[in-house]
Design a protein around this ligand. Structure first.
Ligand SMILES: [Zn+2]
Length: 197
């Protein structure tokens, strides 16, 4: 915690003054161009890997960068997607997987998750990802396939489906490699709902 307090002091002393004009603008404006859906993994920092400024990205981070397919009911992920697309009008949505993902590793290695039932339940949203990946324990293949499955799940949300039909949004799949910093473009999905690399 001491690191965080020192970090806040450093932010207020060094970072904020240099961006004072930006924050003054952002105080009354929220117009991110992109919804970035990434993993909660501490090593995958959306703003850092995309060189983004505050205000640029609307971010949802979930374990395994999973996006449950649309299902009516109370759900923070769905509400955040709807807000980004319908209220904020983002023009692009990125689903970003990453190397050494704990969620994808657990699935690829078929780990026993009975002791962590909430994780086991959540990872069911990647069932289609596992089904479409050869059962060889290849984590990086599963990471990529999972991004494509989550893009398809994303498109089941009414707000996203509407924006795709109106050609106001494009969906993108990415994979980030922690060791090299490389970002692989896995393709984009547009109004025709076809994934083109
Ligand atoms: Zn992860």
């Amino acid at each position: 915690m001491r690191d965080l307090v020192a970090g806040v002091a450093r932010f207020q002393r060094d970072v904020f003054p240099a961006k004072a004009n930006l924050f003054a603008h952002l105080a009354t404006n929220h117009t991110p161009h992109t919804l970035f859906i990434g993993c909660s993994d501490a090593r995958v920092v959306p703003e850092l890997i995309t060189g983004s400024e505050p205000g640029d990205l609307f971010v949802i981070r979930t374990a395994g960068n999973l996006v449950p397919a649309y299902n009516p009911g109370v759900d923070g992920v769905t509400a955040s997607i709807e807000y980004a697309v319908s209220a904020l009008g983002v023009s692009d949505i990125v689903v970003c997987g990453h190397s050494a993902c704990g969620a994808m590793t657990a699935l690829a290695e078929r780990r026993d998750l009975t002791g962590t039932p909430a994780i086991a339940d959540w990872l069911r949203h990647a069932d289609a990802s596992s089904a479409r990946t050869p059962a060889t324990g290849d984590v990086s293949a599963l990471v990529r396939q999972n991004v494509l499955v989550q893009l398809a799940n994303l498109a089941t949300h009414p707000s996203v489906a509407r924006a795709l039909a109106c050609k106001t949004v494009t969906l993108h799949g990415w994979a980030f490699d922690i060791a090299t910093g490389r970002v692989e473009d896995l393709g984009a999905m547009d109004a025709d709902s076809t994934l083109a690399a």
